[in-house]
Design a protein around this ligand. Structure first.
Ligand SMILES: NC(=O)c1ccc[n+]([C@@H]2O[C@H](COP(=O)([O-])OP(=O)(O)OC[C@H]3O[C@@H](n4cnc5c(N)ncnc54)[C@H](O)[C@@H]3O)[C@@H](O)[C@H]2O)c1
Length: 255
């Protein structure tokens, strides 16, 4: 039985991961900035992370798995999205994960064991037009996780990054931004996905158990990343076509 902390656990993938861990007998501290979790934890708030660590120390005396899942949707073409949108998504989707890792790495080092599971996105590996800020922060989470995997291996700590393609959740309710064309595209991609959060969660647990450092939990993610590695010209051509469709939707500059 593992002791697991999940962020962003009130909805979507975080809720599905919480269910999946609990179903196999693990103990889960479900945290979120929204109502519906066991503990209030805003991943952008240092004090909330300190309180989470105190809770874990007091009630469990340690932690086995940290799941940095909380995230928001953002994006927008480079001449449309404002710098305030960039700062917001960096703070939640990248620095939120950094804060979690910084909070619990001392615990894991002291124990000589622990697993860090960071939820990035396929967007951290393949980078569609119109989504620069989301792509960049998720690529940052991919890089952070690989770095920690190397840095902490000698302490018995493993790091895993999760890179799903689109699946149906409430993610788009968090979407901020001035780029309405991008909003239309992202909404369509999430709402038309055949994948559920429970399917992704089940594949994530299998990936962690298998020791996968990069978890591509669905066929579309595996195909898209595989194409980028195998056939870069075809990948570029496809993403240029997607960019052209975004342009057709209009509103290319903020002026
Ligand atoms: N849904 C998708 O298509 C998709 C694809 C790839 C990656 N992801 C990633 O999966 C993760 C989970 O998203 P989801 O799709 O389940 O969305 P969701 O909106 O259903 O759930 C996200 C949860 O994170 C919480 N959250 C937001 N800001 C927070 C903060 N500052 N502190 C703590 N909690 C906060 C929200 O309250 C919500 O409960 C995110 O990191 C997202 O980027 C989602």
């Amino acid at each position: 039985m593992s002791r697991v902390l999940v962020t962003g656990a009130a909805s979507g993938l975080g809720a599905a991961l919480t269910r999946a861990f609990r179903e196999r007998g693990d103990q889960v501290l479900a945290t979120d900035v929204a109502d519906g979790a066991d503990l209030h934890l805003d991943v952008t708030a240092d004090d909330d992370w300190t309180a989470a660590r105190e809770w874990v120390d007091e009630h469990w005396g340690g932690l086995d798995v940290l799941v940095n899942n909380a995230g928001v949707a953002g994006g927008g073409r480079i001449d449309v999205a404002g710098i305030d949108e960039w700062q917001w998504i960096v703070d939640v989707n990248l620095l939120g994960v950094v804060r979690g890792c910084r909070t619990f790495t001392p615990v894991f080092k002291r124990q000589g064991s622990g697993r860090i599971v960071n939820v990035a996105s396929l967007a951290g590996l393949v980078h569609p037009a119109g989504m620069a800020s989301y792509n960049a922060v998720k690529a940052g989470v991919v890089a952070l996780t690989e770095t920690l995997g190397h840095e902490l291996a000698a302490y018995g700590v493993t790091a895993h990054v999760v890179c799903p393609s689109y699946f149906r959740t409430h993610l788009l309710s968090s979407l901020r931004g001035a780029d309405e064309a991008l909003r239309a595209v992202m909404t369509h991609l999430v709402e038309s996905s055949p994948l559920t959060a429970d399917q992704i969660a089940s594949a994530v647990l299998a990936g962690i158990d298998a020791g996968d450092e990069v978890i591509l939990p669905d066929p579309m993610a595996r195909a898209a990343y595989g194409q980028k590695l195998r056939d870069r010209p075809a990948y570029d051509a496809q993403l240029r076509r997607q960019a052209a469709r975004l342009h057709e939707l209009g509103g290319s500059t903020a002026e």
